[in-house]
Write a protein that binds this ligand. Structure first.
Ligand code: GLV
Length: 311
């Protein structure tokens, strides 16, 4: 069995796979072309086009992340090769921490206090009751569910929306168009954790952002394509007084890295992080990767991604 690995710090992943499969050949994408070719499996995060195009006998591709949008959009992706992706694999906890930080940032008014500090202005805000701070989560997959439960555990009323009906303890779950309207109309903070698919792209356009209550806040650690960035900027106003929305914490963007010319860099009501909300942890993910390889090698197919649905 030959596996080619492509991800940051790929040699750590290579070593972990070599110890699990001592008879296998495991190389990183930096190996010479003749060492990379004729691989049975790719274990990759955002692989370059050439890495996919040069392979001729793949039995499976393991996406070393939760979202498969980048992989599915890579030209040269061979048709018909089963694709599997990481399902949580240790990303839910850092994601829950990131979102909890963001919710507290707005709930405790740290965005406002940062602006006050700039102006050497002292003006304490009343602390709202958590019961009056509903958080809505769009996307209740493996990660969204744990984020929802972490927020509920921190005392926030949590509602969630997903494509299909779900039942999650402590979370008011909705689905379908009517369900989306219901959760948007309620959210003091909206969290977007949907995959980037044909159905979700541009979901939060001007009309849907306008459905959020006046002064609502937005956290997007999911995918940039979910939100119309121009509409978001319009909804945030010019920064002096807030517009319909009070602020946004964004980890993902339509174009990454975020281009230097983007107005999002400098908007006083936008906080930015560089797609770091939930990096794939080797320790959390390696057992899942090993399990996938064993299943493939045993002649079975693990639960695969549906390229048509995009997740
Ligand atoms: C990160 O963005 C992931 O999809 O795992």
């Amino acid at each position: 069995m030959k596996v080619v690995v492509h991800i940051d710090e790929a040699s750590r992943w290579r070593k972990a796979l070599e110890s699990a499969f001592p008879d296998a050949t495991v190389v990183t994408s930096e190996a010479a072309a003749n060492e990379r070719q004729n691989a049975d499996y790719l274990a990759v995060w955002q692989p370059p086009e050439w890495l996919l195009a040069e392979q001729t006998q793949l039995k499976g591709i393991i996406n070393l992340g939760a979202g498969v949008d980048a992989l599915l959009a890579t030209p040269g992706l061979p048709a018909g090769v089963p694709i599997v992706k990481l399902r949580d694999a240790g990303m839910a906890e850092p994601m829950a921490d990131y979102v909890l930080y963001g919710v507290l940032h707005f709930y405790r008014g740290f965005d406002d206090y940062a602006r006050q500090q700039q102006g050497a202005h002292w003006h304490p805000r009343p602390l709202p009751d958590k019961a009056e701070w509903p958080v809505a989560i769009l996307g209740l997959g493996a990660i969204g569910q744990q984020v929802a439960q972490a927020l509920a555990g921190a005392g926030f009323p949590v509602c969630g929306w997903s494509r299909h009906a779900k039942h999650i303890e402590g979370v008011d779950c909705h689905h379908g168009e009517a369900g989306l309207n219901a959760v948007l109309g309620r959210a003091r903070t909206l969290v977007t954790l949907l995959p980037d698919t044909a159905e979700t792209r541009g979901l939060l356009d001007a009309g849907r952002l306008a459905q959020l209550p006046e002064g609502a806040t937005l956290i997007n650690p999911g995918r940039g394509a979910l939100i119309d960035e121009r509409a978001l900027l319009d909804a945030l106003g010019d920064g002096t007084a807030h517009g319909h929305l009070r602020g946004a914490l964004l980890d993902v963007f339509t174009t990454e890295p975020l281009p230097a010319a983007s107005p999002l860099w400098h908007h006083p009501r936008v906080a930015i992080t560089p797609h770091v909300s939930a990096p794939t942890p080797l320790d959390g993910a390696i057992h899942q990767v090993i399990g996938y390889l064993r299943t493939f090698e045993a002649g079975d197919t693990p639960a695969t991604v549906n390229p048509g649905a995009g997740y």
